[in-house]
Design a binder for this molecule. Structure first.
Ligand SMILES: [Zn+2]
Length: 164
């Protein structure tokens, strides 16, 4: 396993659309492991493949609910409600902003064995799913910020603003 370099805003790759995964190969298994390692090392709760320079529809999420979610070719099929709160992104270091997201999300995806499954999430998990799915279509949270994009101090970053 290896820590991969996280691409940051301004890098064109973050603005491109990702391609669906057709089959799981050893390279994809390695990529998924590296994505978790890279995400944990950066204290994030989610990471999408384009953030490490790979234009494939792969997302990893760990919002500390005891699960390590791998979402391949995810598609949001239902949303409900609203939540408005601070959001950060590992690809936009040191910044945060207020983003409104659905409070409930149902997503269908494939797991690391290419088996289809459906995941439902509320609150932080719903926000993470939306944020990561946006990455797969080249969108960043800064596109959706209400009001100003703010600088976050290191303490705030560690305690209050989750990064995806
Ligand atoms: Zn992000």
């Amino acid at each position: 396993m290896a820590i991969r370099k996280i691409r940051t805003i301004g890098d064109e790759i973050l603005r491109k659309k990702c391609k669906p995964v057709k089959e799981i190969t050893p390279r994809i298994i390695d990529l998924i492991k590296d994505m978790f390692e890279t995400m944990y090392e950066a204290n994030g709760v989610g990471l999408a493949a384009p953030q490490v320079g790979i234009l494939k529809q792969i997302v990893v999420i760990d919002v500390e609910d005891g699960n390590q979610y791998v979402l391949i070719n995810p598609e949001i099929i239902e949303t409900d409600g609203e939540q408005t709160g601070p959001e950060g992104c590992l690809s936009v270091p040191g910044k945060s902003g207020t983003v409104t997201r659905p409070n409930y999300v149902k997503v269908k995806a494939f797991d690391a064995d290419m088996q289809p499954f459906v995941l439902e999430g509320e609150e932080l998990l719903a926000r993470a799913i939306c944020h990561e799915c946006d990455h797969l279509s080249g969108e960043l949270f800064v596109d959706k910020v209400e009001g100003e994009i703010e600088d976050v101090t290191l303490e705030e970053e560690e305690e209050e603003v989750e990064e995806y």
